[in-house]
Structure formats: C-alpha cells, structure tokens
Design a binder for this molecule. Structure first.
Ligand code: FAD
Length: 518
C-alpha cells in the first residue's frame, strides 16, 4: 500500500536520520517496521513564524517496495537522415526545441553565434578582468544561452504552457541533481549548469543532430511570404524548411533586422531598475529571525518583494542568495548587471534585481519616433547612461541604498561581489524619474516589510535592464509568424518566456509546431 502524507519537521527533528519514517508511522498509526521506504515528493521551508519548519509531502510505501522506474523515459532516435528543422540560438529554448525534434524523428540543425561552454569561459574572464565584451560570446550569448552562466533557479509561473515535470526530469537525465524534482524552489547553480548543457549537446550530436557554434544568422531570405533560406555571417545561404527563432531578448540585431525587413514586430511592456546587494547574513537574520549566523541546515535565505507605486509595480526579480552580481552586457559601450549563484549558495552576499514596470504604451512618449523598437531604445539609453556613470568600462555605477533613497552621493561604498568594480555615482539623480523615484519609494516600503532590509550596508548597482524582452515577435495560433510561413518565433526573445523553464517549454512547443506545419 502507498499513502501520501504531509509532514512538518522542525530544525531539531530534521537532524535525526529517520525522522520521516518516525513521523509517518506515528501519523498513520502503524509500526515503523511496516514502512519499506518514504519517498519525498516535495520539500519546502516555512520561515514565516519564529520556528522554522520543513514541510514535506511524502509517499509512504507500506509492506511493498518502492518502484524505481522514472516518470519519463527519454528515447531519442537516430535522425541523421531525417527531414531538417533549423534552430537559431542554443539557449534553453533552442536546446529543448532540438531535443524535441529528435524525439519526434526530425533532424535539428542548430546555429549559435557564441562559443561552446568551455571556450566561452575565456570571454567571461575578459569581461570581468579587462572590461572587453565580445558581442558574440558573453554572459548572454554562447552555448546554453543566458541560461548557462545564470543562477539556475528553476521556478516558473508558466505551469499551463507545457510539461514542467518533463523538463525537470530531462535536466536530471542530463546530470542535474534529482533534488530539483522535490524542492519547492529548485536551483542548479552556475557551477553545475555548463556540464548539463554540454551533456544536452552531446545527446543531440549522438543522435544525428547538428550544433554549429560561432555561426551567427545575419539575414532571412523570404520569397512570396515563405522563408526560403537563412544567411550566415560568412555569407553562406542555407535553404530551410522551417526555422525556430530562439535568439533571446539580447539579440538586438535580430529585432533590428526583422524591423528593417518590414517583418511585423510589436512593442512590449517590460521592467528595468537596479540590482541590490546585502550581506547574506542580514537577509538570513531577517528571514529566519535569528541573530548571528543561520543554522547550518538552512539554505542562504531568499526573499520576494513587491510594492505598487503610482499604479506601476516595483518588485524583486531573480533574487540570488549567496551569489554574485555579474556583468551581462552584450556589447562594449553598455553596462548591464544580473545575478547568479553557485549550487551551494555560499557566497557572503545576497543580490536581487529590483525593477519597475515600464508600460510601453504610456511611459515612453519621447521614444515614439522609434516605433515598435521604442522600449529597446530606452533600454539601450539606460545601459549607456550606466556605462558613462561607471567610468566608461564595465565598472558599474553604485550607491549605498540609504544614500540613493535619501538623495545624496555615497562617500564610500560597501564591499561588493561585482568583479569589474563599482564607481560611486548619484543614481538617484541620474536614473530617469520614471524609474528612480519609483525605486526610491519601493525601497522605503520594502524596509517596512522586511525590518533590517533598508540599510546603509546594502549597495544598489546599475542597471538591471534585461529582465524581459521589450519587443514581441508575433505569432499565430499555430505559432508561426503571421506574415512569414516557416518562421516560428520562440522563447524569451519572441516574448513568450521569462526564464529557463518557460523558455525550454516554449522550445518544445515551437519544435512541435514547426514539424506539424512542414
Ligand atoms: P537565450 O538564453 O537568451 O538564448 C538565445 C541564444 O541565441 C544565445 O545563445 C545567443 O547567442 C543566440 N543568438 C542570438 N542571436 C543569434 C543569431 N543571430 N544567430 C545565432 N545565434 C544567436 N532564468 C531563470 O529561470 N532562473 C535564473 O536563475 C536565471 N538567472 C539568470 C542569470 C543571468 C546572469 C542571466 C543573464 C539570465 C538569467 N536567467 C534566469 C534568464 C534565463 O537565462 C533566460 O530567461 C533564458 O536563458 C532564455 O532562454 P532563450 O533560449 O529564450 O534565450
């Protein structure tokens, strides 16, 4: 017999080896010897009250063995000689589009402007140490896309858009810890992601798919509203049946190319702001109601904050406990920050984007002349502003939180995880009012919600500008572009995803759609 149960375990109990068996036996009124095993289905931490509680959902196997068959069996066939689907971009959307093609018996041909995960590392070092940004290989571009040197948090709100469980199981199949199948807030970590992504590439190659690195797509050849071919940066033209366009939200050249070719795009609302960094210990003490260091059984604490300022949301985004702020620019002449953390989340800082909703229809009257690319231009201008304020390198402009809110330049800054360095700047007056004044009100409100959050020990660092795409590449119900037969806009760049898992699910859907429409 198998029984599902919810169990609550406190910190003292969590230290015992067989606490789940003991609690399950007690709750079911059975002898512990009758329990063959207890399988954890879900684990979360509730720290809202003074006593921290681990909530478990478990399946208790009583007098019967626990089967060890996985929920999903991944069967990839040899597609070396199968019909081809071209996929532009090898981020989560492109990777899962390619895997889905193979599952369905089609040959994916992936074209990726960046380098493989190993070679990409050298370019990341160049950004951090020498402030040189390779426009084809950086924190956003290269094998695995923006997802590789990311934080690897795997939460998604897009549960209805696909089979989340299947993507998680597939990540485990490719080397992720099976802990992601049970954690309420699953996380892989930037140190573990590259190997998983390399394993995904190897699956694709082993079954006859192709992955071409350092191969940027520079043009689309369209005849009679049908996509005929794609052009590569070396001038080669490749004839295509169908193209999944999964180039991510930082591929500005792709938006500009489509716009130039009169291919329909739409402006999309998005969000921008800054990244805030606190000592992790402060966040732990607030969230776990503790003094000194958190209990060793507890992970570095996270938070999620939201506040309405004059009918626009100000909210935390991509919070990285125990993490680092990273330079996520995709070109020289701009400063963009983002965050990531290793699997153990053991760095001494907690960082998070704090961003303000930008409504493209109402908030950018001065940018109307840029038409559908107005949000993109606004983003570019803010990133350039950060570049100039930082000192025209990858050094980022920063301010102590209290100085930002109270409107004065910081005479000194706190230590920070951002490797290229910080420059004290008057962000309170530099940022457009639309963002700056809302952020200041938002931070003051966050200090009320989380006592200790509003502190001079926190830095804010500019700018967090790439939260989501400011452009939407439209698609019909069958996921094809309304004007171009054979073009399937996909993932975050199309405006259909916001994170690793939702991009991966959209990749699967676009591959299915491209195949159905062949
Ligand atoms: P991308 O990952 O952007 O991939 C697009 C790919 O297309 C890139 O590899 C690019 O090189 C390639 N490309 C672009 N133009 C061309 C061209 N012309 N020709 C050929 N190839 C091209 N999300 C989470 O869910 N959790 C997190 O914890 C998280 N942390 C993040 C931390 C950082 C530092 C960053 C930068 C992002 C983070 N994200 C996180 C966001 C997440 O990485 C993205 O949402 C996701 O990668 C989007 O997937 P995608 O496949 O749609 O696009």
């Amino acid at each position: 017999m198998v029984k599902e149960l919810q169990l609550r375990v406190n910190l003292v109990e969590e230290r015992k080896d067989n606490v789940l068996q003991l609690k399950a036996a007690k709750k079911l009124g059975i002898n512990i010897a009758d329990i063959t095993s207890v399988k954890v289905l879900r684990k979360s931490i509730d720290a809202r009250k003074k006593e921290v509680i681990f909530n478990y959902k478990v399946a208790v196997y009583i007098n019967e063995p626990q089967p060890d068959t996985p929920d999903y069996i991944f069967e990839y066939q040899d597609v070396s000689n199968a019909k081809e689907i071209h996929i532009v971009g090898f981020g989560p959307a492109g990777m899962y589009a390619a895997l889905r093609c193979i599952e369905l018996g089609y040959k994916p041909i992936v074209l990726e402007r960046g380098k493989n995960v190993q070679d990409r590392r050298r370019d990341l070092r160049a950004i951090n140490q020498f402030h040189e940004v390779n426009p084809d290989s950086n924190y956003c571009f290269g094998e695995g896309g923006a997802g590789t040197y990311s934080d690897g948090k795997l939460y998604t709100r897009s549960l209805k858009r696909g089979d989340v469980r299947k993507i998680f199981e597939n990540l485990v199949y490719h080397g992720a810890t099976d802990q992601i199948l049970v954690d309420a807030h699953p996380h892989i970590g930037t140190n573990k992601l590259p190997k998983i992504i390399q394993n995904i590439r190897e699956t694709i190659l082993k079954h006859g798919g192709e992955v071409h690195f350092e191969t940027r797509v520079t043009d689309f050849i369209v005849k009679n509203n049908k996509l005929q071919a794609i052009q590569l940066q070396n001038g080669t033209e490749m004839a295509v049946n169908a193209v999944v366009l999964a180039t991510g939200h930082s591929a500005r050249d792709i938006y500009e190319l489509l716009h130039k070719k009169d291919i329909l795009l739409k402006a999309k609302s998005f969000a921008m702001g800054v990244r805030i960094e606190h000592p992790q210990e402060i966040i732990d003490q607030i969230q776990y109601s503790c003094t000194g260091q958190r209990d060793e059984l507890l992970p570095a604490a996270a938070y999620s904050l939201v506040h309405q300022v004059g009918n626009r949301g100000v909210y935390s985004f991509c919070m990285c406990p125990g993490g680092f702020i990273v330079p996520a620019a995709t070109a020289n002449g701009e400063v963009v920050v983002n965050g990531m953390s290793p699997s153990r989340r053991n760095n001494k800082f907690a960082n998070s984007g704090i961003v303000v909703e930008i409504n493209v229809d109402k908030d950018l009257p001065k940018y109307e002349k840029y038409g559908v690319l107005k949000g993109l231009q606004y983003q570019k201008d803010l990133e350039k502003l950060a570049f100039n304020a930082g000192g025209r390198s990858q050094v980022a402009p920063a301010q102590r939180l209290t100085d930002f809110v109270e409107g004065r330049l910081s005479s000194s800054l706190n230590d920070c995880s951002y490797q290229p360095g910080l420059n004290s700047s008057p962000l309170h007056s530099l940022l457009p009012k639309l963002i700056g004044s809302r952020l200041r009100k938002g931070f003051a409100a966050f200090g009320q919600k989380m006592h200790g959050y509003y502190t001079a020990e926190a830095n804010i660092v500019g700018v967090e500008s790439r939260t989501s795409s400011p452009v939407n590449i439209p698609r019909k119900e069958n996921l094809e572009h309304p004007q171009i037969e054979g073009l399937f806009p996909c993932g975050e760049g199309g405006g259909y995803a916001g994170g690793i898992i939702s991009a991966a699910m959209d990749g699967e859907r676009c591959a299915e759609a491209a195949i159905t429409n062949l």
